[in-house]
Design a protein around this ligand. Sequence first.
Ligand code: PLP
Length: 447
Amino acid sequence: DDEIFMDEDSIREYDKRYNLHSWSAQKNLNPLVITKAEGIYFWDINGKRYFDMSSQLVNVNVGHGNKEIINAIKEQAERLPFIGPSYAVDVRSKLAAKVIEKAPDNMGKVFFTLGGADANENAIKIARMFTGRQKIFSRYRSYHGASFGAANLSGEPRRYTCEPGLTGFIKFFDPYIYREKIEFKSEEDASRYYLDKLKEQIIYEGADNVAAIFLETVTGSNGVIIPPKGYLQGIRDICDEFGILMVCDEVMTGWGRTGEWFACDNWNVKPDIITFAKGITCGYVPLGGVIVDKKIAEYFDDNVLMCGLTYNAHPIGCAAGCATIDVYEKEGLIENSKKMGKVLGAGLEKLKEKHACVGDVRYIGLFSAVELVKHKGTKEPLVPYGKDPEKIMPRIIDSLRERGFSTYSHENCILVAPPLIIKEEELKEALSILDEVLDFVDEYIEK
Ligand code: PLP
């Protein structure tokens, strides 16, 4: 019977017959059959090799096939694969200590989850318990997860299926300067504008009702929008003024992606809560978590933490997390992210200069987006927001994949976020594939 699952057609046939794939109408899906992954590459069943230029879902930061993590998982599976959340276990204690050591120095304790959405779900609850307030602010161009609370937190179209949604979730605008109608004199000016608007909105909502402001420290899927100078500190100040908790969603940006352990370290801003997932175990097994600062940790000394998961702080996840942090350290991956980020940035700037279809490029560490437009002057997006009837973006992504460059797009942006182990030559080779495909996009818009 297992023979059936050896050849490409039957693997795909069974997949199509029995498997539901996320965010897709199922009928016309034609998934690649993958059999192997190593380092920055993966291979399909026919032996074709792909640069993993999105690190899958921006989570495989250390690359594929890392033996240290695999061995840690194997050893833990042999020793103690599972024990309930109420017990203390060596890897559970060790990982919690390591996470707090890497987080900003105001942080106190961590609550482990299985991924990003449930990290945010629990962060919402913790913020409400701690403040005794209900309302939650988050931004339009954001993705915080697909479960009900996290989807209500999200601003982009993936939230629409959960609407009319929960009351008390309020959206504000992102500092998306490239698409702003106003010409700002400086980044600081832009920050002031967005922060003043946010403050006004908070006052109208009744500042005393607001528990938390959630933000992706650097907006991820929705176009790698990097906060302008002074923005994050401004959010911190607003939170301090009104007794609101600042929650940074570092699910995508944490664990070295932006060239620091956490993206907030780039601006030396200390949130009250950080949520994380992805890069903590790089997908070798699922793990996420909520880091709370010391005052919140202390609050739960005497108040019950009304949060729970059967798989809270799963021992195999914790073992993998410990090994993953060791890999970041031993291989100097945070530094490499910063160093290769400069190469990536320079390469993207060249693409912007050369290609009529590239309106903007945004990058920090090994986290970047290429924003495609029909016209540089008008900035008209290559596809309108929330719509792509001609499937232009999927066609671009397919052309890249045919040439061995795997990534994904969101709206009119192509994401480029390779594993943090990538070397300069590899990065340049991959960017040359992107360059070639952008030539076709130029031809398309000039027609
Ligand atoms: N938050 C951010 C910023 C994300 O990018 C994601 C996933 O892409 C999530 C939360 C949700 O994480 P998960 O898919 O692990 O639930």
